[in-house]
Write a protein that binds this ligand. Structure first.
Ligand SMILES: [Zn+2]
Ligand SMILES: [Zn+2]
Length: 255
């Protein structure tokens, strides 16, 4: 069984002390690739160092996270643009809109999102979207660019069935993480009605640990709990969940 963790921050401080053990546990559970979303310029050296340490397994994205769009966002974007011109990345991510913590820079977030969408079109790269309390604005912007071939993943999906359909309609996959194991989220009920061919797996480690580790540090070996819950919800084997979601991830990121 081969699985891909399509979204994990393994370069975070939370993993510094035991990264080798974290990687080994994940590989023992069949997790063979780890896609690393970028956050901001401060996090880039750690992310790129991790990628060069595990070049086949850890694959970097490039982008500016919406929560890190501040006064200096144009300088941050210049760094992203510079990297995009220098080498290949798996995707532009994570990018999008987040109004949950702070709406002060909502306009700048939208501007940064549009600029990065245009780079995705220019470099023909998939995008990995982070959206929180901003789904409609995110979809409105995405829909302006859909005709130009934008595609990718809405990571950490936790919305309604109607929202899921809108995302799929726009040509995107849903990134499914630990939230599927949280009873009150209602995500399991939504996913009963969504075909596996629209889904990919992610941990978003160190955040959003699945049950039975909810509240603890999340790591890529816990992808099995997410896959197992999805298998239960879809009434298929965990092997089938792994096979389909891995094929989906390979299609998005080009293997
Ligand atoms: Zn995110
Ligand atoms: Zn993330």
């Amino acid at each position: 069984m081969i699985m891909i963790d399509t979204h994990c921050h393994l370069y975070s401080a939370e993993f510094v002390a035991d990264l080798d053990a974290v990687m080994e546990r994940a590989q023992q559970e069949g997790v063979q690739q780890f896609y690393l979303p970028a956050i901001d310029s401060e996090s880039l050296p750690g992310m790129l160092a991790l990628e060069s340490r595990f070049p086949k397994q850890c694959i970097a994205m490039m982008g500016l996270h919406p929560c890190y769009v501040k006064e200096n966002y144009l300088e941050e974007l210049a760094i992203v643009e510079d990297w995009l011109g220098k080498r290949k990345f798996a995707a532009i991510g994570e990018i999008g809109l987040d109004y949950y913590w702070d709406k002060t820079f909502a306009t700048q977030q939208q501007h940064a999102f549009r600029i990065q969408l245009e780079w995705a079109i220019k470099y023909k790269l998939p995008i990995v979207i982070h959206t929180r309390n901003a789904t409609q604005d995110t979809l409105n912007i995405i829909n302006e660019y859909v005709g130009e071939g934008v595609h990718g993943i809405f990571h950490c999906f936790g919305g309604s069935y109607e929202t899921a359909l809108e995302i799929i309609q726009a040509g995107f996959y849903l990134g499914i993480g630990g939230v599927i194991t949280y009873k009150k989220s209602g995500l399991a009920e939504v996913l009963e009605k969504i075909d596996l061919r629209h889904l990919v797996l992610e941990t978003d480690g160190p955040y959003l640990s699945p049950v039975p580790f909810r509240g603890k540090r999340n790591e890529s070996s816990y992808l099995k709990f997410i896959a197992a819950k999805l298998a239960e919800v879809k009434n298929v084997s965990i092997e089938e969940v792994a096979a389909i979601t891995t094929a989906n991830a390979q299609k998005i990121f080009g293997g």
